[in-house]
Design a protein around this ligand. Structure first.
Ligand SMILES: Cc1cc2nc3c(=O)[nH]c(=O)nc-3n(C[C@H](O)[C@H](O)[C@H](O)COP(=O)(O)OP(=O)(O)OC[C@H]3O[C@@H](n4cnc5c(N)ncnc54)[C@H](O)[C@@H]3O)c2cc1C
Length: 359
């Protein structure tokens, strides 16, 4: 049994997963270097809506069906994780989430939420209006207290600041290769490393010798709108084909799921469609200023992440979090920390084994 303390770890990728892992390992006494050529937040994690949504994901996303218990356990890893980040501005909003739609869709959603094991209730039009000012919901809504939120940009900054305050180091360069206990960055710097963690979303393009199992991941592009308007607090609002997630600077309206697309181009037609769907919920969005952003999610064949030891000695993977990278980040950081410490894997770790697709 080894301990994390004193281990030299290089984490490649400073999105939700890499940042959570770097923070977790550094606070456990490791000497972590977090390497990423991209500017902080210039990734899927930085544009995400920040919903921590075990309930609605288990009901609305085909590939998360029947995974409520897992997703809820991931959510429940957040409070302890965020505690040390509070001085750096890390905060959870335990605000619940609501579904808005006609009578039939509400009845169906209520039943589906309860079937999956989530808490769920009907709210009247008046109750809905109190919870989410500005929302048009004449038929009321379905509320679950099981879904929470965070501000993605703010949480990324909190993890980074906390990590630096704990003595962690950052590099503005991508990882190029790993060999013989050394990580080589694209700018030529070589870092001694007892272990390297790839948290690069998809397999890192810059690395010719990435573990082959990482090539099983595929991209899913997502476009999302930032508005200068809409709700700044309260529950995320879900409806057919759209969600509106409150954020301090103005709501996020999302999002597309474009299978196989790894680009970040903005499609004006998509922007207009999201705006008009969002405006059906919050009429103020019809005339609000919006800016569109795109990010690339990474998915494995079964929709669950790869987190754990790879087929290459000294290389660990934390990839493929698909559309729940924020929800899963503390749980996956724990899986990596336990693995590096040589501790027994927790109850969920086996599901994330990067080698599960290999013959
Ligand atoms: C529109 C949209 C909305 C979303 N909403 C939510 C939500 O509400 N809730 C939720 O839980 N999830 C959401 N997601 C999903 C979530 O954003 C992802 O699952 C999560 O961001 C994945 O985090 P990550 O750290 O694995 O990858 P990323 O955020 O993609 O970060 C990977 C990083 O690795 C870096 N990198 C790449 N190659 C190298 C290399 N060779 N060396 C070093 N660094 C490298 C990149 O520059 C990047 O910064 C959303 C996604 C999208 C696109």
């Amino acid at each position: 049994v080894s301990s994390i303390s004193g281990q030299r770890i290089v984490v490649a990728g400073s999105g939700a997963l890499g940042s959570a892992i770097a923070w977790r390992l550094q606070t456990a006494g490791a000497n972590v270097t977090l390497a990423d050529a991209a500017a902080p937040g210039d990734n899927a994690s930085g544009i995400a809506a920040g919903m921590l949504a075990p309930a609605f994901e288990a009901v609305l996303d085909e590939s998360s069906r029947d995974r409520f218990a897992l997703l809820k356990a991931a959510r429940d890893a957040w409070p302890a994780f965020v505690e040390g980040l509070e001085p750096f501005g890390g905060r959870l909003e335990r605000c619940g989430a609501i579904w808005v739609g006609d009578e039939a869709s509400q009845a169906e959603t209520l039943a589906a939420l309860r079937d999956t094991g989530a808490q769920a209730d009907r709210l009247s039009a008046e109750e809905t209006a109190r919870l989410s000012p500005g929302l048009t919901a004449p038929a009321g809504s379905v509320f679950t207290s099981d879904d929470w939120r965070l501000d993605a940009g703010r949480m990324l900054a909190a993890m980074r600041d906390g990590f630096l305050a704990e003595g962690g180091q950052t590099r503005s360069a991508d990882l190029a290769s790993v060999a013989d206990g050394a990580a080589r960055l694209e700018d030529g710097e070589v870092l001694r490393a007892d272990a390297v963690v790839l948290a690069t979303g998809l397999a890192p393009e810059s690395m010719s010798d990435a573990p082959p199992e990482a090539r099983r991941l595929h991209p899913i592009k997502g476009q999302i709108l930032r508005t200068g308007s809409g709700p700044t607090s309260g529950p995320a609002v879900r409806a057919k084909g759209v969600y509106v997630a409150p954020a301090s600077g103005g709501a996020a309206v999302g999002a597309t799921m474009e299978q196989g697309r790894g680009d970040r181009d903005i499609d004006p037609e998509v922007t207009e469609r999201l705006r008009s769907l969002g405006a059906q919920l919050f009429p103020a969005l019809a005339t609000a200023s919006v800016s569109a952003e795109a990010g690339v999610r990474a998915s494995s064949p079964d929709g669950l992440p790869m987190a754990g030891r790879s087929s290459r000695a000294g290389i660990w993977l934390a990839l493929g979090a698909r559309r729940n990278g924020w929800l899963l980040a503390p749980m996956l950081a724990e899986v990596i920390a336990q693995g590096l410490a040589g501790e027994a894997a927790g109850p969920w770790a086996q599901l994330f084994d990067p080698l599960r697709f290999e013959p």
